[in-house]
Design a binder for this molecule. Structure first.
Ligand SMILES: [Fe+2]
Length: 334
């Protein structure tokens, strides 16, 4: 029973049953309700999409052949919308052709259940998909909590609003242009959002000190990449951002911290976040200096190519934001 599962503790899961045949919907309701699920029905593809938009069911059981919008198209729309793409879709296959099944798989369908139903099999599949969905929802909310934590650090550090968002967005743009994989890009995005999370471990008196820091205070500030990495390390879904958090203060010439890594020893995600973070810090008012203009900041990046920052990351950043042609392409054009 879902009610006995701690992951379902708060409310029964809602299952949307979309089938143009009333008898089929009634049968599924008779199977699912006694197992503890709340069932809503849709008699057409259009109705199914409306219900998904308004109710956000936890799982959808979808007939393939429906008169208006077929089940494969409905599935494709659900799976292409970031707001609904994590909802599992189970297709009912009756007189379904192999091509329809392949199309459903391509549309992102999670499971097939053949008619006539084997009740135990259907319930087992529903239960297992809902368990995965609950874990995913849980991880998405863990991410929200950690990002909220990072925002409190940002506010405390006197950064103007949206610093983290800008660092994350620009890092993602650069990562994309560099041809990183979607998974790597996700690590870069989270790394951009969470890079300074470890400042939570730096006392206010040090973080907000207007004058120069003494040696011990500076050592505390320099701990923040490791402190941040330690916070995200136990969150298994968060293996993506750790390298960017841990290494965003390494310098390309090997004089950065915490490990003094040099050149390509520094994970690419960290080299990307370092450029985006530095640019945003330069163009933001800080307690100890006013913001630099973008033109001056672009020039500083250019001047620091190969010393503070990875030259190819700087080139891609300048191509994206300063409209400059990367050096390599410019020389190829000669
Ligand atoms: Fe930092």
């Amino acid at each position: 029973m879902p009610g006995n599962d701690p992951l379902h503790a708060l409310r029964p899961a809602t299952v949307l049953v979309a089938d143009d045949e009333e008898a089929a919907r009634r049968l599924l309701r008779r199977i699912l309700e006694p197992a503890g699920y709340a069932v809503v029905e849709a008699a057409s593809g259009t109705e199914a999409l409306d219900q998904v938009a308004s109710l956000r069911p936890d799982l959808i059981i979808l007939d393939i052949t429906m008169p208006d919008i077929d089940g494969v198209t409905v599935c494709a729309r659900i799976k292409s919308d970031p707001a609904t793409h994590l909802i599992p879709v189970v297709h009912i296959t009756g007189m379904t052709t192999r091509n329809q099944r392949l199309a459903a798989l391509a549309a992102g369908s999670d499971e097939f259940v053949a008619k006539p139903f084997d009740i135990e099999e259907l319930l087992t599949r529903v239960r297992s998909l809902l368990r995965t969905k609950n874990l995913t929802d849980h991880l998405v909310s863990v991410e929200a909590v950690v990002v909220a934590l990072a925002r409190t650090v940002e506010a405390r550090d006197n950064y103007t609003e949206k610093h983290l968002r800008r660092v994350a967005d620009r890092s993602v743009e650069v990562a994309r242009r560099m041809g990183m994989t979607e998974r790597e890009i996700e690590g870069v995005r989270l790394g951009g959002l969470l890079h300074d999370l470890g400042k939570i471990a730096v006392p206010d008196g040090v973080l907000l000190k207007p004058g120069p820091l003494d040696r011990a205070e500076f050592a505390l500030v320099r701990r923040h990449p490791e402190a941040g990495a330690e916070i995200v390390r136990p969150l298994r879904a968060f293996d993506g951002p750790e390298p960017a958090i841990l290494h965003h203060h390494e310098r390309f010439d090997g004089t950065g911290y915490p490990y003094g890594l040099r050149g390509e020893q520094i994970p690419l995600a960290a080299r990307v976040v370092a450029v985006a973070d530095s640019f945003d810090a330069m163009t933001t008012d800080r307690p100890y200096r006013a913001a630099l203009s973008q033109a001056v900041a672009f020039q500083r990046l250019e001047d620091g190519r190969g010393e503070q920052w990875d030259p190819s990351t700087v080139d891609v950043f300048l191509a994206a934001y300063a409209g400059r042609v990367p050096a390599q392409e410019a020389s190829e054009g000669l």
